[in-house]
Design a protein around this ligand. Structure first.
Ligand code: GDP
Length: 205
């Protein structure tokens, strides 16, 4: 029997915004498999959700002012969920810099049993950012499977993207090297879409 690669890619037939939750306790009480997206603000998270679902404006609908600090749940095919997590940044705490991601995100990532994978988005144009590395280090400790998605690849040559990805991977904590799948993406030209959907399909199987 011929293997049809497309058969292993989840098809998104319906995508709807469900709810914005203030914290992990307010998250929907369901056992739907969840796939979360996170990254620094402006990394291209909303564009990616719209690109994956083929619904321009889906993520933006929920990203109305005041909602950017909330956990936004979208339902796909009435079966599984994409979760748009608030972006992280650096907060200056006394003289130290500390990862500032909302406590709700930490609680959600540490406790959500139906969370199948976290997609951590990284801007492919930048040299390794400490905050991304620190976040991945923290995420690695939770034991939740994750993948690295290098966004906005259309903005530069493939050679430059590859060089930046390699530099980033070399800067990863030693014990996490090689543990996470890597995907290069562009929401503009839809690069990486099938790879992401294939990974989601694997998480659903
Ligand atoms: P978010 O803050 O992470 O949700 O980021 P957005 O999805 O709102 O994107 C931030 C900016 O980057 C917007 O101006 C997008 O149009 C742009 N952007 C996002 N993804 C891409 C991409 O793949 N290619 C290009 N060229 N621009 C992108």
């Amino acid at each position: 029997m011929a293997i049809v690669p497309g058969a292993w890619v989840v098809q998104i037939k319906s995508a709807t915004f469900h709810i914005s939750a203030r914290n992990a306790e307010a998250a929907p009480e369901w056992d739907r498999p969840e796939f979360a997206l996170i990254g620094r603000s402006n990394v291209g998270k909303s564009s990616m959700i719209n690109m994956l679902t083929n619904k321009a404006g889906l993520a933006k609908v929920s990203a109305t002012p005041g909602k950017t600090q909330l956990l936004n749940f979208f339902v796909m095919n009435e079966v599984w969920s994409l979760v748009d997590l608030p972006g992280y940044g650096f907060a200056k705490v006394a003289k130290n810099q500390k990862i500032d991601f909302n406590e709700s995100v930490g609680d959600y990532l540490e406790s959500r049993e139906n969370l199948r994978r976290v997609f951590t988005l990284i801007d492919s144009r930048l040299p390794p950012q400490r905050i991304d590395i620190d976040f991945i280090n923290w995420l690695g400790e939770t034991g939740v499977p994750f993948a690295l998605i290098f966004t906005k690849a259309d903005k530069q040559s493939p050679t430059k993207t590859k060089a930046n990805v390699d530099t980033f991977l070399a800067a990863m904590p030693e014990h996490l090297k090689g543990t996470a799948p890597v995907i290069v993406s562009s929401s503009k030209d839809r690069t990486g879409r099938l790879e992401i959907l294939r990974m989601i399909q694997q998480g659903l199987d």
